[in-house]
Design a protein. Structure first.
Length: 166
């Protein structure tokens, strides 16, 4: 994700700072702009689904993914509306420089707020979520039908006690 934001930073600055020169060499502008957009789609554009599938418990994953997608679409709509006046009043050059600044903000937000999910076991995270719900008095079903038997067996007492302490 940071690589994609880094692409916005690097190529946004290159295009923005040398806008007059680069636009005179159309193939160069197309290549730089294409790389900027490709890195943006490879990083933040592609990570919504991955982060949503690994960050939320199975029982709420669909709902939380929908909320995440809605927020992303809202941000895109606001960004589109914000960049048009910038382009009109400051020029196209500043559109790319501000995109680079957004890349820096994206790198910082990703570094400080996006958790590292490499070693997480999703089944274990689901059990922790279920233990939390049970400790709060929830008695409904959770999960798919083929997992219902496992859920009916109950939770290990140690897992329930760990959740109550947290």
């Amino acid at each position: 994700m940071m690589l994609g934001f880094g692409g916005y930073l690097v190529f946004g600055l290159i295009i923005g700072c040398a806008y007059e020169q680069i636009t005179k060499i159309l193939p160069l502008f197309v290549i730089f702009y294409g790389l900027m957009q490709s890195l943006g789609n490879m990083g933040p554009g592609d990570m919504l689904g991955l982060l949503s599938s690994e960050s939320y418990a199975t029982a709420v994953r669909g709902t939380c993914y929908g909320i995440s997608a809605a927020l992303g679409k809202t941000g895109a709509a606001i960004g589109t509306q914000a960049f048009t006046p910038i382009q009109t009043h400051l020029g196209k050059k500043w559109t790319f420089i501000i995109a680079a600044i957004c890349g820096v903000v994206g790198i910082l937000v990703t570094y400080f707020f996006v958790p590292d999910l490499k070693g997480d076991n999703l089944a274990q995270e689901d059990e922790k979520f279920r233990a939390y719900l049970v400790s709060k008095g929830w008695h409904g079903e959770m999960g798919e039908d083929d997992l219902k038997a496992l859920a009916d067996e109950g939770l290990p007492q140690a897992m329930v006690e760990n959740v109550k302490r947290a």
